[in-house]
Design a protein around this ligand. Structure first.
Ligand code: DMJ
Length: 793
């Protein structure tokens, strides 16, 4: 049923709504009159067919869940049964999502209303009221419980009341869902009792923070702590109980104080008691994504300029440091010129949608185009992909973010390209994820192998956004423009702002003048998506691994023995001075002169900061080039987050030995007996880094070198790569990562030595450099060895 109705939700924050609507109309008008769009237009008929196909997809997944899994939290689509916490074999931390509270049904309620299926909605609401309870001795994620359960219950409550008024149905409903969300909210509140006000990541539904397992709880992610306010504000305003909103505002205020005052960036993991950053990587994907989303949407929903001002400050910082063309690459919050990862994760695909809402269309079109090409290249967008668009992590759990952005771009531009993109996404799901019992996540996009997992967001977001994309506003029972979509795509009406809040007052922010941002240039209102996409058409297809050509040489990467680097610093106006040489450097151009100054500043910073940060993390695999071990060279390597750091003059020494089989993913090695005391080499792939490390440790190796499996990758052209673990700290041997080119050099030396084993030292690169420098000084040589390279970095 797709009854048409006039919306009666009064706009809560008129200014914002008017702004968004005006933006959509303006852009759509400009496009329809002036743009030549090569994208094939989609007929109304085809669009309606796709809408119905999205509806069928919904019912295929929904019925599979209801008939085979309910009241479980999730459907396991391959075994066609429910996933229950404590019953189904544990998947570790991932299971913190589950609270045995029928999550998929709660998460899905408002999609039923959007589909116009009031009968099933009413039935489902009754089931939730009858079956769902929260008094369980289970530790759950505060973030996930809030966005999926509290958000799901709240939006269902709002829509139930809406249907009472406008569809003359559900008259028996007396606010039970709101009461349930209030109860659940109370069960989450103990997590907010921290010295900073930033909530713990996890809480026990029955025991709060008194669960002994939570004694050591310290760390949370920025997104986890910063994705509470929309739901908690709605909860407070609908129940009249201010505590939720007060706590959520306080958490947002505390997070804001933790930004880096120089860069305005945030890290991804922090200590809730001390407020110290644990991970200073800063991007827009995993660990931070919805913090930015909630800053902006809190402004839209609640009308407090403070949140817009904060969003704008972060946004400018992201666009300055993280954004690189259409790509978004993590940097370090305190050293924003240093890239901290060489891959992007699929969660960042929500960013273009947020950019559309905030009115910055051009970069939204660009990033979306890049992501679309990644999708075309790998069928689905893999969980993580490198800057060369190779697969870093091949899983794809049918996430919604890319479709969400596609929807917002279509609404803002009216460009049929986005309908075509949505069609492709829909058909891909049908072809590669549909199974007889629902939709199955893809374990590896390279093989297409399925995983026994259908996350609740498939119904609450992925299919919802597809349905919305192919629906005309007039096809929908509610006017979606009068709602804010939470990060889980739950609908909260803008009218919530009118319910007021005793603790809250509308005011012009004193932190930042909002108008400053509105005056930014160029204005996105003169934007033609096709013109923006065109230059990017072959951005990734057939691309070779990228080189640093055109990229500024950073001090960290600088090697005195590299002729290109010497030329680059010369062009920046810096002359490497040998003793007796007094000639002055002159920059090739003003711009390069600026770069030179920046380079020198970094050099100074690096010398000051040798014991921390990226320079300190860079590892060296060093070996002697002569029999007497007088001359050494070092190959660059990346660290791991799960193994002990080699600090100062510490090093590990041993003969290098290749694991057999090289991937080292089995229970043991064929050459395990010889591994004791050796530095083992294993190739990346087939299993996690940490499992290779555990195996190396088990067979008695003193260190592990993981070599890359991407041909041609090199530390010379790519940012340092740090391997992530699984949160446990049982690996006691050093583990380093080596790109293919560096590893090629190592194997070449090994082959040259044939009979003789090659002994290497694994150590910090900075220590290796210091060692070499000290040696050089002893030999009374000049400071910068420009003529005679002695390192192979
Ligand atoms: C959803 O649960 C939410 O969108 C969340 O903010 C991030 N990720 C998942 C879907 O990918």
């Amino acid at each position: 049923m797709t009854a048409k109705t006039t919306a009666s939700f009064a706009p809560g924050h008129r200014l914002m709504l008017t702004f968004l609507v005006a933006l959509c109309i303006l852009v759509a008008c400009v496009l329809s009159t002036e743009t030549n769009m090569p994208t094939q237009n989609m007929s109304n008929k085809e669009r309606a067919e796709l809408r119905e196909e999205a509806r069928d997809m919904f019912y295929h997944a929904y019925h599979a869940y209801m008939e085979n899994a309910y009241p479980a939290d999730e459907l396991m689509p391959l075994s066609c049964k429910g996933r229950y916490r404590g019953v189904t074999p544990s998947r570790g931390d991932m299971d913190d999502i589950l609270g045995n509270f029928s999550m998929t049904l709660v998460d899905t309620l408002d999609t039923l209303v959007l589909l116009g299926d009031f009968t099933e909605f009413e039935h489902a609401v009754k089931l939730v009221i009858r079956d769902v309870q929260f008094d369980s001795d289970i530790i759950v994620s505060v973030f996930e419980t809030n966005i999926r359960m509290v958000g799901g219950l709240l939006s269902a409550h709002i829509l139930a009341e809406y249907l009472q008024k406008h569809a003359d149905t559900m008259h028996w409903y007396k606010g039970e869902l709101l009461e349930m969300s209030r109860e659940l909210g109370y069960r989450l509140l103990p997590a907010f009792n921290t010295s900073t006000g930033i909530p713990h990541a996890r809480v026990n539904l029955r025991l709060g923070m008194k669960d002994p397992m939570l004694k050591k709880s310290r760390e949370t992610c920025t997104a986890c702590a910063g994705t509470i306010l929309l739901e908690f504000a709605a909860l407070s305003r609908l129940t009249g109980d201010p505590i939720f909103e007060v706590r959520a505002h306080a958490a947002m205020d505390a997070l804001w104080k933790l930004r880096h005052r120089g860069s305005d960036l945030m890290g991804t993991v922090l200590n809730v008691h001390s407020g110290d950053w644990v991970r200073r990587d800063s991007g827009v994907g995993a660990g931070i994504d919805s913090y930015y989303e909630y800053l902006f949407k809190s402004y839209v929903l609640l009308g407090d300029d403070k949140y817009l001002a904060r969003f704008n400050r972060h946004y400018n910082a992201v666009m300055k440091y993280v954004s690189e063309g259409p790509m978004l690459l993590d940097v370090l919050m305190h050293r924003p010129h240093a890239k901290s990862k060489n891959f992007m994760d699929s969660l960042l695909a929500f960013w273009p949608g947020l950019q559309v809402l905030s009115g910055d269309l051009k970069p939204a079109v660009q990033t979306h185009e890049m992501l679309y090409q990644v999708m075309q290249m790998h069928t689905f967008i893999p969980e993580a992909f490198t800057v060369d668009f190779q697969i870093h992590w091949g899983q794809h759990p049918l996430r919604p973010e890319f479709i969400e952005s596609t929807y917002f771009l279509y609404r803002a531009t009216g460009d049929h390209h986005y309908l075509q993109v949505g069609k492709r996404a829909l058909k891909t799901l049908q072809q590669h994820a549909k199974v007889s019992c629902g939709y199955a996540a893809v374990n590896d996009v390279r093989t297409g192998k399925h995983e026994d997992r259908m996350d609740s967001f498939v119904l609450s977001e992925t299919i919802k956004y597809l349905f919305l994309l192919f629906s005309d506003p007039q096809d929908l029972i509610i006017n979606v423009d009068e709602f804010v979509f939470t990060t889980e795509a739950h609908l909260l009406p803008l009218s919530i702002a009118q319910l007021g809040n005793a603790t809250f007052s509308f005011r012009q922010s004193d932190e930042h003048n909002v108008l400053d941002f509105m005056r930014t240039c160029p204005s996105s209102n003169k934007l033609f998506p096709e013109k923006v996409r065109k230059p990017l058409r072959n951005f990734i297809t057939g691309s070779c691994p990228r080189t640093t050509a055109g990229k500024r040489l950073s001090a960290l990467d600088f090697q005195a023995s590299n002729a290109d680097h010497l030329r680059a610093v010369y062009d920046m106006g810096i002359t490497m001075v040998s003793v007796g040489d007094r000639s002055q450097g002159k920059a090739k151009s003003h711009e390069e002169g600026e770069m030179g100054l920046q380079f020198m500043q970094e050099m100074l910073e690096l010398t000051k900061m040798q014991s921390i940060n990226q320079l300190a993390q860079l590892q060296a695999v060093a070996y002697a080039t002569d029999e007497k071990a007088q001359d050494w060279v070092a190959l660059m390597a990346g660290p791991s987050h799960f193994s002990p750091e080699l600090i100062g003059d510490q090093f590990v020494e041993g003969d290098v030995m290749l694991a057999q089989p090289l991937r080292a993913c089995d229970e043991t090695l064929e050459n395990a007996a010889e591994a004791k005391g050796k530095i083992l080499v294993a190739e990346r792939g087939d299993c996690t880094f940490v499992s290779k490390a555990r195996l190396a440790q088990k067979v008695g190796a003193v260190a592990l070198i993981v070599c890359d499996n991407v041909p041609g990758s090199s530390g010379e052209t790519q940012p340092m790569f740090a391997m992530s673990g699984d949160g446990k700290d049982d690996v006691l041997i050093p583990v380093v990562f080596m790109y293919s080119v560096e590893f090629g050099k190592l194997t070449a030396v090994m082959q040259r030595r044939k009979q003789q084993p090659l002994g290497v030292r694994v150590m910090q690169m900075v220590e290796f450099k210091r060692w070499q420098l000290a040696k050089a000084q002893r030999q009374n040589q000049t400071v910068a060895a420009t003529q005679k390279p002695d390192k192979e970095l």
